[in-house]
Design a protein around this ligand. Structure first.
Ligand code: GLU
Length: 302
């Protein structure tokens, strides 16, 4: 059995990421499973190699160990392209020329049917002739035609959680998501399903903020004939105001805590019992060499 921790090197790992890594490690230990590490760095506009190095260092400091070679997504673009081609050859993707500003404008004009903004569908309705013409000169993304994709589903599509309980995937949960971004040539959803399958992941453990990604990823697994792992969405660590932690607040990064003299053992112990972060922890656990800096107070993520 295998699980994985899959951070994106867009900044330093914070306490919430550390908690997620610990959840993966503890699950693996309880089940005699392997824990694999995958660096999700397809977005080269935001990811930095120095953050990848920092992630490896911070995880080791926290006592996280992983099996097998680390998978680096930016080296696997050819695999993702093959999956895209499979979907394109079955007419399940369409080119989308809309800019973000254009989508916002379309959304403002339409009545809100969903709590989450969904793609209004303008490019889904273009003729093939117009698509071909515009593709010659306009930059474009590729979106999943969710309705066409669901037509390939016979019978109920469901994902299973860590308890074995089924969760039905219904069309309302899957937007026409972008699978090939204009700027980076791929998307998070596609890379994740390809890699979870290739790494043989049985249990995906990640924060509950990614719960909405699960129906999309189930559908993609179905279309690409990939196995369905089970899913465990753990609660997020929040500060005393109920806000999520942010990578840009150095005070709550693993590196920041280490610099303040907090030991990995103390942090692991804290995270085993608490899900609310507060800076008293740092005051009581710094080793006394150097006072915690003023910036150590836990700020709300903005
Ligand atoms: N790379 C994602 C993140 O750092 C996690 C993706 C996943 O676990 O599926 O939020």
């Amino acid at each position: 059995m295998r699980t994985r921790f899959a951070p994106s090197p867009t900044g330093l790992l914070h306490v919430g990421n550390g908690y997620s890594a610990l959840q993966c490690q503890q699950w693996a230990q309880r089940h005699g499973a392997e824990l694999l590490l995958r660096i999700e760095d397809i977005d080269q506009t935001r990811c930095r190699p120095q953050f990848t190095d920092a992630i490896l260092r911070d995880l080791r400091w926290l006592g996280i160990r992983w099996q097998q070679e680390v998978v680096i997504q930016s080296r696997r673009m050819a695999c993702y392209r093959r999956a895209v081609e499979q979907l394109q050859s079955r007419d399940l993707l369409y080119p989308c020329f809309c800019s973000r500003a254009e989508i916002r404008r379309q959304l403002a004009l339409s009545a809100p049917h969903h709590s989450l903004p969904r793609y209004p569908g303008r490019c889904r309705r273009l003729s093939n002739a117009e698509r071909r013409l515009r593709m010659q000169s306009e930059p474009h993304a590729w979106r999943l035609d969710a309705a066409a994709a669901f037509a390939h589903v016979n019978g109920p599509l469901q994902w299973y959680d860590h308890r074995g309980d089924p969760h039905l995937v219904v069309p309302d949960q899957v937007d026409d998501v972008v699978l090939v971004r204009k700027d980076i040539g791929i998307s998070y959803h596609l890379a994740v399903v390809v890699d979870d399958a290739e790494q043989g992941i049985d249990m995906v453990i990640r924060g509950e903020d990614l719960r909405e990604a699960t129906p999309v990823q189930l559908l993609l697994q179905h279309l690409l004939a990939l196995p369905h792992p089970r899913y465990l969405h753990h609660p997020l660590i929040r500060d005393t105001h109920g806000n999520r932690l942010a990578k840009r607040n150095h005070a709550t990064t693993l590196a920041g805590l280490r610099e303040a003299g907090v030991t990995a053992a103390a942090l692991r112990e804290f995270l085993t019992h608490h899900r609310q972060w507060n800076d008293d922890f740092v005051r009581s656990h710094h080793r006394g060499h150097g006072r915690p800096r003023k910036s150590m107070t836990c700020e709300a993520s903005r």
